[in-house]
Design a protein around this ligand. Sequence first.
Ligand code: SF4
Length: 460
Amino acid sequence: MLLRHTTAKEIDRKALTINPAKTCQPVGAMYAALGLHGCLPHSHGSQGCCSYHRSALTRHFKEPVMASTSSFSEGSSVFGGSSNLVSAIETIFSVYSPDVVAVHTTCLSETIGDDMTQIISKANEEGKIPEGKRVIFCNTPSYVGTHVTGYANQVSSFVKSFSTATPKKKNVVNLVAGWMEPADMREIKRIASVMEARTIMFPDMTDVLDAPLTGTYKMYEQGGTTIQDMIATGDSKFTIGLGPYCTEDACVKLENKCKVKFEVLEIPIGLKATDRFITSLSRHANLPVPDSLTEERGKLIDLIADNSKYFWGKRVALYGDPDTLIPLTEFLLTLDMKPVYIVTGTPGKHFDEAMTELLKDKVPEAKFKSGERADMFQLHQWIKQEGVDLLIGNSYGKYIARDEDIPFIRSGFPVVDRPGNNFFPITGYVGATNLAIKILTSILDHIDRTCPEEKVEFQM
Ligand code: SF4
């Protein structure tokens, strides 16, 4: 169909990206801001940027995403958006009454060089910020980094703006959530609660972007990390960051600011990454791992053992965000599958190092690429050269899957053409079980559909 004419032959490209595996920084900043209770994200730039970022999130989560904009005109594009932002702050508090306004910049305001600290101080001096309310900001120029960088910058701004240390540390573990679905955050919180660990998760999109339909409109849903909890993160005794790209910077800032030690892990996707998360939480909360979690783990292993012949040796191509791709690749290896092509548009050395380490012995022929030149066009070319049995990634992969007739699992951001990611986590042992079943179902459905008639099996 759309991509049928993609050729297998690769030509070296230096200044062209086709179908990048990323989106722009403010999308991540806006998503993270929604994980703070009573927070209104504010886009300091043109209306078009804000509309795009809101619609990207709305199309994925199927929820209204509220955000305001400085609405740059030709004048503000030349002379700066200071007065737009100051009057926006006044209007936002009087009309929408948030507890916090989380401002993020855009390409335009960054290029002009608007000084956010100075503009927000001016708004404060002029009495535009009501008593007890807060305006925070992060810089998200989209000509560097990706939505992952924007998310990380917003989470760091929470620490910078709120986390406060008192002389007394509490027996609480901070869980800094990297970019994942609300369902994945809910599953991580469930694991912590089964362990009876006292935790503060931030940001926390549960009950914000997966809130029930009640018939009553709420500008700010009941979920999200509260400001009190965000302040209290400075008194926690330890922090676990889940996803280095999205959380490491916030963990470092929290240690520097409030002396809270930290460990950064991969997002607990798959058996081994979940083992590491639960072990870390058990150690730092000083609590044993309950039998119920060990049973969940055992059920996952049983499923893998029962179906190992279907997983074994299957070639997989995947694309998306590095914090997801690294543990996902590890899980595919646990299943004895072969992750052969892996692409992320987010730059960073950690992805390349982790992939080298994971793949060097088990799949030495694997190809992986990160950064602005890593795109889905090249991924498709690799698939054309030597096919795969499964494709995993966001909705943009459906054209490749259709043209090459590959089983396809939608995962990551954005998934705009199927529901479900809000309901079924891929984190924890339960999430890994969900994921393994999805993989099996996709592969077996494809076998049923395409094998010769005499080979159709009733029982697999
Ligand atoms: S101008 Fe920059 S911030 Fe705005 S939508 Fe485009 S890439 Fe994103």
